[in-house]
Ligand binder design. Structure first.
Ligand code: PMT
Length: 207
């Protein structure tokens, strides 16, 4: 199977030296890529800026912003049979990126943010992807309700939900605990384990 995976954060520039981003380390997405290769699949990894070495044997496309990730996914998604969206895409970007470093001579600074494209939400209706579509849901509350709502709204086959309010799993941790929600209404919990082990189980169950 050919699998496209998105991983890591995106960075949205404010000026030449500053950006908006989030705490994603890329560990979960890179673990998915590593396990997919180990299970005999072909992998294209579209990665935001992280400090992890990619596993050998994959195609890697590095991007910085949500817009660039959108373009890379659009160009590649229909080459694959499955797409797994693990990236923590910045939901907003700065409306007017300053050409020069912004001076700190006032006590407050107001930035206008505009919404970034929903890459996962574009997979079916804009990119015409008909393979197996897997999203992630990073939640801090009402996990079950929010994950099921994302499954429906983004037209996914599966949503992998994790509780990012916990300090032992999720962002920048080596372990995770997830629930896989399926379009058929079922929910399967994968108990606390390393991101490698959780990834192996996700790929095995979904493929
Ligand atoms: O990278 P790590 O430090 O290992 O952390 C792993 C993780 C916590 C980032 C990962 O397990 C995870 O939860 N990834 C999804 C993060 C996220 O942005 O979730 P969300 O609930 O905001 O988004 C829902 C889905 O839509 C995700 O599949 C996301 O990739 C996708 N999305 C969101 C916004 C957007 N503009 N485009 C998207 O494609």
């Amino acid at each position: 199977m050919r699998i496209l995976i998105t991983a890591g954060p995106t960075r949205e520039p404010i000026d030449p030296v500053r950006y908006l981003s989030n705490r994603s380390s890329g560990k979960m997405g890179y673990a998915l890529a590593k396990q997919a290769i180990a299970l005999g699949h072909e992998v294209t990894l579209i990665s935001g800026p992280v400090s992890i070495e990619p596993p050998e044997g994959i195609e890697i496309i590095r991007v910085e912003t949500a817009d660039k990730m959108f373009d890379a996914v659009k160009a590649k998604i229909n080459d694959g049979d499955m797409a797994i969206f693990c990236a923590a895409v910045s939901d907003y970007r700065v409306a007017d990126i300053a050409d020069e470093k912004i001076k700190k001579d006032s006590n407050t600074l107001t930035l206008t943010l505009i919404k970034n494209p929903d890459i996962l939400g574009s997979a079916r209706k804009d990119f015409g992807f008909s393979g197996t579509l897997v999203g992630f849901a990073a939640e801090t509350e009402n996990i079950d309700t929010n994950a099921r709502e994302k499954l429906e709204r983004k037209d996914c086959d599966f949503i992998v939900a994790n509780d990012v309010s916990r300090s032992d799993i999720g962002f920048d941790r080596d372990a995770n605990e997830v629930v896989i929600y399926s379009k058929d209404g079922s929910a399967t919990r994968l108990e606390l384990a390393s991101k490698d082990e959780i990834s192996r189980q996700i790929i095995e169950r979904i493929s």
